[in-house]
Ligand binder design. Sequence first.
Ligand code: ZN
Length: 507
Amino acid sequence: MYKVLARKYRPQNFDDFVGQGTIVNTLKRAIEKNKTAYAYIFAGPRGSGKTSMARVFAKALNCEKGPTTNPCNKCEICNEITAGTSLDVIEIDGASNRGIEEIRALRENVNLRPSKARYKIYVIDEVHMLTTEAFNALLKTLEEPPEYVKFIFATTAPEKIPPTIISRCQRFDFKPLTLKEIEKKISEISKKENFKIEKGAISVINEFANGSLRDVLSIVDQLIVFSEGKITIEDVRKLLGIVDEKGIDEILKSIVSKNINQAISSLHKLISEGKDPVLIIEGIIKRLRDILVFKIEDGEKGEIFSYFDKMTTDEILQASSLSIEFKEKLRRETQPILLTEILIFKLVSLIGKETQKEDNLTIFDIVNEEKNKKIDEKEQEKEDKEKKEIDETRDREKTDDIIGNWHIVLKKIKEKSRILEAAIREGKPERFEDGILSISFEENFEFHKKRVDENRKTIEKIISKISGKEVKIETFLKKNSKKSILDDEEVKKIITEFNGQVIERED
Ligand SMILES: [Zn+2]
């Protein structure tokens, strides 16, 4: 049976850890000198090895041949800890149930001696999620712990743990792994597992996984299935939907030459390849930054950069801040493609626009002005936001729940009926207002829409259950969605504002 890499290569001994050298050494020394603390906090980002370290430490303390810095991984106790079945090493997930039941059981059982191991070790994962009640119960235990009890609290958010708990613990801060550490580990694993991977590919994966070894390994798992022979950078980009520079440059080139049609069609090409609009805009921002740095440093001109000579520094700055603004918008809105199209319209309008600025403005003046503008806008926004927020919060949260958790809705519907799920999957949840969720279907999916309409009651029941309040649905057919951007009020405004001209779309 295939075992996922993250599980197969989970550290079973102190020397298996990549990175975290200081923590390993301190723990080893404490074991050697028989000076272990009775409570630890393992703080750090996900995938940095906190719970693996907790298990290895538990084995080191409880191994039949221990306490030892090198647990045997063969004795009954070691094996039970590895399998997660030890009665004396109790793992509690603070995130599920927020720990109320578990902490109550802990309070009742903490005074019973370990069943066969040396220590009774409680590992509480995501401990910051515990309720105040659970923390209080925990605190009582921490004040007078029996000598055979140890606590290990793992957390990604140590700042949320009450200081009264923290002060009773020895704290270790786990760091995200460096690229070098990840590369070393992957190269070891690739030799054992017999696969090849391009060196640059690991760096792309790591950027995506933010230094979480677990996430890197799960991506590599998928790549092994996905790639033929050697895993290449291109494979990684395809799998993760990362956009390469070439695609971005095509869009930017069309923007610079003010060819809206071409720019939009380059965008659609990327989207049809499955690229995420957020990642496309991220790519644009990254590229604009490259161009800006290049302009300031006046470096050697590559073909692509000389193309952007037409853009003034001011334009690049404006284009960047606009793109950043849209990236943020995109995270909140439900029409990512339309918004990305609007951004491209705006960027095209921006280029070659007569600027009122003096030629002798330095880049610093421009940056400052941008900053001040931003601050003014922010002040205004803040006020508006505060007013709205109070009465909207609840509704908005629920809205986010339904549309943002659409995959959960689909999953639940699938459990009920696969055919129904196949139909509703072609629809897109557009908005949620006054308890009504609107779902759109493209024109050629009328059949699917009909099926959804026929099963409206069933779907409403499922969604209401998930969102915890009564939800009705309505469905509608989208008229040719590509045309709609030109009818969009914001786009109309931009076009008028800049005396722009809409070029007829070819398709
Ligand atoms: Zn052992």
